[in-house]
Design a protein around this ligand. Structure first.
Ligand code: GDP
Ligand code: MG
Length: 172
C-alpha cells in the first residue's frame, strides 16, 4: 500500500487537533490539550486505491522551529490550518507557506491545502469568504471551510490532499 506523510500546521488554538481527531478517530475531542503533538495512522481510499496516511498533528507553528523544519522535510503533504474566527491566523499561514517552499527548494506543486476551521461559530466569524479567496488565489492553493465539531467537510480536506500527494509523488 502506498503511504504518505501529512503535516498539520497552523497557529495554536486554530483547531488542528480537533480536525485531526475528527478525521482519525471520528470524534470531536472533549478535552482541550493545547500543546501536545501526536502522530496518527489512517487509511483512506482514493479512486479505488487504499492509501495509508501518516498524520502529524504539530503543536503549533507560530514561531518557526528546527523541529518543524524536520517535519516539513519529511512530509509529502501539508494542511495549513487557520480559524475562521481569527483573521491573524490566516495571515500567519503565509509565513508557514513560504517556509515550506523554502525548505522544499526546487520542488514544484507541493501538495498543500488551506483549511478554515470552526465554520459552525457563525457569530464569531471574522474572515469573509472574499478575504480568504484573495489569499488563496494569490497562493494558488485550494481552500476548504470546515467544522470539526459538526463534522463538516473534514474528510474532503484529507481526500483533496491525498489526491494531490498521489499525483505529485506517484512512488512515495
Ligand atoms: P490546536 O491548538 O490548533 O490543536 O487547536 P485545538 O484543536 O486544540 O482547538 C482549540 C479550541 O478550539 C478547542 O477549545 C476546540 O474545542 C475548539 N475547536 C476546534 N475546532 C472547532 C470547531 O470546528 N468548532 C468549534 N465550535 N470549536 C472548535
Ligand atoms: Mg493541538
Amino acid at each position: 500500500m502506498r503511504e504518505y506523510g501529512i503535516v498539520v500546521l497552523g497557529a495554536g488554538g486554530v483547531g488542528k487537533s480537533a480536525l485531526t481527531a475528527r478525521f482519525v478517530k471520528g470524534e470531536f475531542p472533549e478535552h482541550y490539550n493545547p500543546t501536545i503533538e501526536e502522530q496518527y495512522q489512517r487509511e483512506i481510499e482514493v479512486s479505488g486505491e487504499p492509501i495509508s496516511l501518516d498524520i502529524l498533528d504539530t503543536a503549533g507553528a507560530e514561531q518557526f522551529t528546527a523541529l518543524n523544519e524536520v517535519y516539513i522535510t519529511s512530509g509529502h503533504g501539508f494542511l495549513l490550518v487557520f480559524s475562521l474566527t481569527d483573521e491573524a491566523s490566516l495571515r500567519n499561514l503565509d509565513n508557514i507557506r513560504q517556509q515550506i517552499l523554502h525548505i522544499k527548494g526546487d520542488e514544484s506543486d507541493i501538495p498543500i491545502v488551506i483549511v478554515g476551521t470552526k465554520q459552525d461559530l457563525y457569530t464569531e466569524r471574522e474572515v469573509t469568504r472574499q478575504t480568504i479567496q484573495e489569499y488563496t488565489t494569490r497562493w494558488g492553493l485550494p481552500l476548504y471551510e470546515t467544522s470539526a465539531k459538526k463534522n463538516w467537510h473534514v474528510k474532503d480536506v484529507f481526500e483533496e490532499l491525498t489526491v494531490r500527494m498521489r499525483k505529485r509523488y506517484p512512488s512515495p
